[in-house]
Design a protein around this ligand. Structure first.
Ligand code: GSY
Length: 173
């Protein structure tokens, strides 16, 4: 069965643009994964530990035959390959791949909580996500994600970094 999943990618160490590009490319090259949409790239103020470099963030939609835990394994393998060290919680990172949504499933296991438990509080996640899928549904939330995003106080911390640039097509649109 094919599932649709949404991922949030972020980087603020090394060469963030190169890291995002490489992560998308590795997803695309994985059997059983098709990257179907990639948002613009946004420069975003750090959330959590605020004394660190700004991030580059984007959202991606994939179609996959993998199960959620297999997708998590893949995301962690890509993070490891790109040199991510899990040192400081909320701290700087070479690359982060978070699973936001998996179909309209609600999943709670030792390793995985889907929908991502903090995604609806973060403009650096919601702005790119709503760009590629304006009507996407967050199961269990009473309002739309668009309405939710408009209430967030951190919107000014999310700025388009490369307008109309598609990492999926690797070209200007
Ligand atoms: O949760 C992902 C890593 N992360 C980020 C991020 O990707 N972007 C911004 N702006 N702040 C962040 N804080 C953490 S932790």
């Amino acid at each position: 069965m094919t599932s649709i999943a949404y991922l949030s990618l972020g980087s603020n160490q090394g060469e963030p643009f190169v890291n995002l590009k490489e992560a998308i490319s590795q997803l695309q090259r994985t059997e059983g994964v098709q990257v179907t949409r990639v948002s613009s790239i946004y420069e975003t103020d750090p959330v959590g530990v605020t004394e660190q470099n700004a991030f580059l963030n984007l959202a991606a939609e994939i179609e996959t035959g993998k199960k959620p835990e297999e997708l998590l394994d893949l995301c962690q393998r890509i993070e490891d390959k790109l040199g991510r060290k899990r040192l400081v919680r909320w701290g700087p990172r070479t690359i982060d791949l978070d699973i936001l949504l998996f179909n309209a499933d609600m999943i709670q296991s030792d390793r995985l909580t889907i929908p991502h438990p903090r995604m609806h509080e973060r403009s650096f996640v919601l702005i790119p996500l709503l760009e590629i899928s304006p009507d996407v549904v967050y199961p269990g939330l009473k309002k739309s994600l668009k309405q939710q995003q408009q209430t967030l106080p951190d919107q000014a911390g999310v700025r388009l970094w490369k307008k109309n640039y598609s990492l999926l097509l690797e070209e200007l649109l």
